[in-house]
Design a protein around this ligand. Structure first.
Ligand SMILES: NC(=O)c1ccc[n+]([C@@H]2O[C@H](COP(=O)([O-])OP(=O)(O)OC[C@H]3O[C@@H](n4cnc5c(N)ncnc54)[C@H](OP(=O)(O)O)[C@@H]3O)[C@@H](O)[C@H]2O)c1
Ligand SMILES: [Zn+2]
Length: 338
């Protein structure tokens, strides 16, 4: 069996280790991808720490994958060796299989979650079902395409499906991997875009990405500051921290909505009195399908949205992950693999 290099987590809480494992063979309906780049997403914490149901260890993390099809499994006819593709989270978004309808998206029958239910892209090669593949535009190189397969599609897809219209006030909370793309998408979609971040470190960067205004949530009352601007139609909450979302509610305008993409198992504290006047609401948003990823990639290509990336070799994945967890990445760490 041919071997390949990969980063593996052997058990919940274990370090990320560089290992040699068998190169995977694509099964029926699957392709093998020669991975060129893989983004390091905050959701990799699910695999690293085991805080997600249904993970079998050892597991290879990585669900922001860009590469080239290297081999076709049985029955694959619409894809060719050499085609550049990306793979994201892929699972739990069909909303019509029995597990999805029961809220059990891990067992979604129409998606197998990359890096949770099967190995991901912190490796020289990975396999994926054809349903999970998005074509990469020619003008995006792999390292800049990779973050668009999760951070990109999640913010793009939640914003393109939201109720805000051009000119409306839209705030993006958290200027990290998701947030720095959310700012670019919101601005390119024509929203009056406000970046919300703790401290002033990221103010110039956020404005250079397209934010029209900036609120330092550590120094200012975010509810009052947004209300003074007329109240937000949409606040996209990307912080991995539920407590930080409660004060955002007071910054919503009439029919304002918080869209939660930041994942935290802690309870969100909200009073009915914060929701009733102004008909405010809260919703969650999971990333999207492979077609949504393709739309995010194509929009990024057309509108000039690009992630700001820091590149690491595969062997330094643990360092890249720690850097992201310490909120030091500006703004997405990407493993450059081939
Ligand atoms: N819904 C989905 O489909 C989906 C997809 C991908 C990721 N996620 C989740 O989205 C979240 C963000 O992921 P990411 O990759 O963007 O992470 P990231 O790069 O680490 O950025 C998160 C940002 O949130 C802010 N933040 C961090 N800790 C905070 C705290 N305790 N209180 C307030 N703000 C805090 C920071 O922004 P400032 O320094 O600017 O304050 C930080 O840069 C994670 O929970 C991830 O699991 C969800
Ligand atoms: Zn992700």
């Amino acid at each position: 069996m041919t071997k390949m290099k990969a980063i593996q987590v052997s058990a919940p809480g274990a370090e990320m280790e560089l290992v040699e494992v068998d190169m995977p063979e694509p099964g029926p309906g699957e392709v093998r991808i020669k991975v060129e780049a893989c983004g390091v997403c905050h959701s990799d914490v699910f695999v690293k720490e085991g805080v997600f149901p249904g993970i079998d260890y050892p597991r290879i993390p990585g669900h922001e994958v860009a590469g080239t099809i290297d081999s076709l499994g049985a029955g694959v006819s619409h894809w060719a060796v050499g085609t550049r593709v990306g793979v994201g989270w892929h699972g739990g978004h069909c909303f019509h299989c029995d597990p999805c309808r029961a809220g059990d998206f891990v067992n979604c029958e129409n998606g197998v979650i990359t890096a949770i239910s099967r190995d991901g892209g912190y490796a020289e090669y990975m396999t994926a079902n054809v349903d999970a593949l998005a074509r990469l535009p020619d003008d995006l190189h792999s390292a800049e395409a990779a973050p668009l397969l999760c951070a990109g599609v999640t913010t793009f897809n939640s914003l393109r499906n939201c109720a805000a219209r051009p000119g409306d006030l839209v705030a993006i909370q958290g200027v990290g991997g998701l947030g720095h793309l959310g700012i670019q998408y919101a601005a390119r979609m024509g929203f009056n875009t406000v970046a919300l971040s703790r401290g002033r470190d990221k103010e110039n960067l956020a404005k250079s990405l397209g934010a029209h205004a900036y609120i330092d949530t550590a120094a200012q009352n975010v509810g009052e500051a947004l209300s003074a601007m007329g109240g937000a139609r949409i606040i996209l909450a990307t912080a991995p921290d539920a407590t930080s979302m409660t004060p955002l509610l007071d910054g919503l305008g009439v029919d304002g909505q918080i869209i939660i993409v930041g994942a935290d198992a802690a309870k969100l504290e909200v009073s009915p009195i914060q929701l009733i006047p102004g008909r405010r609401s809260i919703r969650g948003w999971p990333s999207g399908t492979a077609m949504d990823s393709e739309a995010a990639l194509n929009f990024s290509s057309l509108a000039g949205v690009r992630p700001t990336i820091e590149e690491y070799p595969l062997a330094r994945a643990g360092e890249a992950y720690a850097h992201m967890m310490a909120n030091e990445a500006r703004f997405r760490a990407v493993l450059k693999i081939a």
